[in-house]
Write a protein that binds this ligand. Structure first.
Ligand code: WTA
Length: 643
């Protein structure tokens, strides 16, 4: 097996890029021809960015699981599709061949159907990183249900919000999840979430940690019992539901600049094509190789590059249940050696954290199987890039710095490993089919180099033409999708990121230009954290900004006006942290809390975050224009109290 659309030289990249821009429909139709369809599409592309309305391959009929599983059964049913490494290195790993995975997905699709799940229903999946998670996801896709995976670190409140938003009546979860030395009681979090969500009809609970759980009669069932029923009935193959190219495949919630996370919706064919195409080209995957993406499947990176990208390409994907630092900081390297991993895809925050342990954890590690390295999720600083290159890749593995977003399905800007040039800290060139532009505040295309940025073009990063994996809508609220991505600069998709562009056309992503933080590669909205902080009875008002953090990339800095009558500020501080953990999850806990008497506001009452950001970054002299402030005195007070 090979991939006819895999780019193998720089010249070919240039030619393909030109072709993709000159005739996008013909370009993507050519790629679509390599997948398995029940019926040909009516029209390749129909789009406008005003509504927005984006349809790729509308009328085409297919099922994504036939593309990920069935079509590989004959040619390589015995090859590993998924390799699973448990949290505890003493526990045995598991290998699921394409045949095994197919059987299990069919079985669980029967379970879902027996429990009342129908095509189009939303199924919330809240599980740890065990093989049953991909099985549950693919079973939804086989049956035509829309999966909505929620990362295991989110709180009961966050789950409840998502269940309500998606009107999800079905949940698949685990009793608990292992992460390092911790045992996270997932089912009990679900139980808390469901106190307010009486519309949930069924919770299917998979056993992992054997933590005690309360199974509610009539609502909760055990995964294992349900599988036994299917076996007793002799149910095996599950005919894949015939789906339209533009039917939703999944909803994944992500943070934006407003308070509530948005349910990003991706549709079947476009998502499949784009994750497959980018997987094959960015990582230069070769059949038989082992691809290890260290993300959690609860995030888009896991959806696209643990599951759908590798599986639709007939590849072998390794999933890891644990964390990089347990039992020690050599765990990733042990896994690489144990399975002879060829491609390692991780986040800069993980690299920086492992860098902090020095070279000792690398002693006696071979790492000779590695061929390609990748990073994702946040800008990678040069120091981390060079460490990765020198100590992990031993200067012989190309590093791909892949820029993309939950909304884009897959990688938009990145070098192609070993094919197009790399440049430390630069995502470099757009993939074929991707047409970036840099614009100024007014939406005018930037054509003049900026002196401030060393003669580079600098602006807000937008895309002017759709690719198959672009977001279709935000679930239940299309207007929100328009406002968040298509209204700022009419005619363009706005990414929320700022970028620089050099003379070679290389892009460097400089970070978010909106009120979204990127903490350890996870997106968190400042408004979301503020809302959570403000829930606490002792808080009058708050303002949250990001500040540079050595390991996390960005840390969360909260300025809080607290009610002095509420008692000891130290207690209030702890209570605020507990509140944020309860409302969002531990990932959103502020790293620093500064109690202040007032916040810098304009006369119209708007908080001037620019000033707060500068103070949090340690800048105290050059705060820019403060003349529009209602009370410039608060700035002095905040500066004095800086942590
Ligand atoms: C940031 C993760 C710089 C960016 C796939 C984007 C990056 C946000 C990179 C999306 C990169 C992602 N270099 N910044 N290589 N990759 N980002 O939705 O700010 O969790 O907008 O998707 O992460 O985060 P999300």
């Amino acid at each position: 097996m090979s991939y006819p659309y895999q780019i193998t030289s720089l010249a070919q990249y240039e030619a393909e890029y030109k072709r993709s821009v000159n005739d996008p429909a013909a370009f993507w139709a050519g790629i679509a021809g390599h997948f398995s369809w029940r019926n040909q599409w009516n029209e390749v592309l129909n789009w406008n960015f005003t509504e927005p309305k984006i349809e790729w391959f509308k009328g085409g009929k297919l099922n994504i699981t036939e593309n990920c599983l069935d079509r590989y059964l004959e040619s390589h049913g015995d090859q590993p599709a998924l390799i699973w490494e448990p949290n505890d290195p003493e526990e045995h790993h598991r290998v699921l061949t394409y045949r095994n995975l197919y059987d299990k997905v069919c079985q669980f699709a029967h379970v879902l159907r027996n429990n009342g799940v129908k095509k189009g229903d939303r199924v919330c999946i809240y599980m740890g990183m065990i093989p049953e998670l991909p099985i549950a996801i693919l079973a939804c896709a086989r049956l035509g249900a829309i999966h909505s995976v929620v990362f295991g670190g989110f709180s009961a409140q966050s789950i409840a919000d998502r269940l309500v938003d998606a009107n999800a009546e079905f949940i698949v979860t685990c009793d608990g999840a292992y992460r390092g030395q911790k045992d996270i009681p997932l089912k009990s979090v679900i139980d808390d979430a469901l106190i307010a969500c009486r519309f949930v009809k069924r919770v299917i609970v998979c056993t992992r940690t054997r933590t005690a759980v309360s199974m509610i009669k009539g609502r909760d069932v055990w995964w294992e019992d349900e599988i036994k029923k299917v076996e007793t009935l002799g149910l095996k193959d599950f005919p894949a539901e015939e789906m339209d190219a533009e039917d939703p495949l999944f909803i994944l919630y992500t943070s934006g600049s407003t308070g509530k996370p948005k349910g990003v919706v991706h549709t079947i064919a476009g998502y499949m094509l784009f994750t497959n195409y980018t997987f094959v080209n960015v990582f230069q995957y070769k059949p038989g190789e082992i691809h290890f993406c260290t993300a959690d499947i609860g995030w888009i990176t896991g959806h696209s590059y643990i599951l759908y990208g590798p599986l639709s390409a007939g590849g072998t994907s390794l999933m890891f249940e644990g964390i990089p630092t347990w039992p020690d900081a050599g765990r990733f390297w042990d896994i690489v050696d144990k399975f002879k991993v060829n491609i390692l895809y991780t986040a800069p925050t993980a690299i920086r954290s492992l860098m902090g342990f020095g070279e000792a954890p690398l002693k006696d590690k071979d790492l000779g199987s590695l061929r390609i390295l990748g990073t994702v999720g946040e800008p990678i600083n040069e120091e981390a890039w060079h460490w990765y290159d020198e100590h992990i890749g031993k200067r012989r593995c190309p590093i791909v710095d892949t820029w993309w977003q939950t909304e884009t399905s897959g990688v938009l800007i990145s070098n192609l490993a070993g094919i197009t040039p790399a440049k430390p800290s630069w995502a470099t060139l757009p993939l074929p089919g991707i047409q970036p532009v840099l614009v100024d505040e007014k939406g005018e295309e930037i054509t003049e180099a900026s002196a401030e940025h060393g003669g580079l073009l600098s602006g807000n990063l937008c895309l002017k033409f759709p690719w198959p994996g672009i977001i279709r809508t935000t679930y239940g609220d299309h207007e929100r999708c328009r406002n968040a991505y298509f209204a700022t600069y009419p005619g363009l998709y706005f990414t929320g990121d700022g970028a620089l562009k050099d003379q070679n056309g290389f892009y460097r992503i400089t970070g978010r230009v909106d009120d979204v933080l990127n903490v350890s590669g996870h997106r968190i909205g400042t408004a979301e954290v503020e809302n959570a902080i403000n829930m606490h009875a002792g808080v009058i008002e708050s303002a949250v900004v990001g500040y540079p953090h050595d390991i996390k990339g960005q840390g969360i800095y909260a300025y809080i006006i607290h009610d002095v009558h509420h008692g000891d500020p130290e207690h209030t501080r702890k209570d605020i942290l507990a509140t944020v953990t309860r409302i969002i999850g531990a990932i959103a806990k502020p790293d620093k809390i500064q109690f202040v008497k007032g916040l810098p506001k304009t006369r119209s009452g708007k908080i001037m975050r620019r000033i707060l950001r500068k103070i949090a970054e340690g800048e105290t002299s050059n705060l820019g224009d403060t003349s529009t402030l209602l009370d410039p005195g608060v700035v002095e007070e905040i500066k004095e109290g800086k942590l």
